[in-house]
Design a protein. Sequence first.
Length: 153
Amino acid sequence: MSEDGADDERGLLGDDERFEHALGPDVPAVDVPSVSIPGEDDADGSEDAGAVDESDAFDADVDPEVSRTFWRLVLVFDVALFSIAVGPMFVYFWGDWSIGGPLIALGTVTFGYGVREYRAFRRSRAADSPEPAPDGGTETGVDLETDAEADEG
């Protein structure tokens, strides 16, 4: 401060030594990959050297039966979860058993169907590969006898 009480021309906040420059970590550097879009990037005739062929990236070795069963069961369990969650809400908040009751029943039946289909699929896959694994189960790691005993008990 000067003698007359006024701050110098830089002011109190202008003093670099009083304050830290960075209070957090440095911003990370990110390399953004480039993707060529078929049909749009081919118009100018230039091919990006770093582009990834998307048809190869998503071409996985998945058995079509496994894929169909998986997505069917995802849909089945989504319906079951929705119905089992929303049905009791209709009953509790609105007292409407005409909507809530069927939703609860739909969710319960759908969940039972999904469990039955999942177990049937596991059994069919275990029957397809009967080689015993070192742990005493089947190749997929499913021991049907232990599984059936756990379901009964």
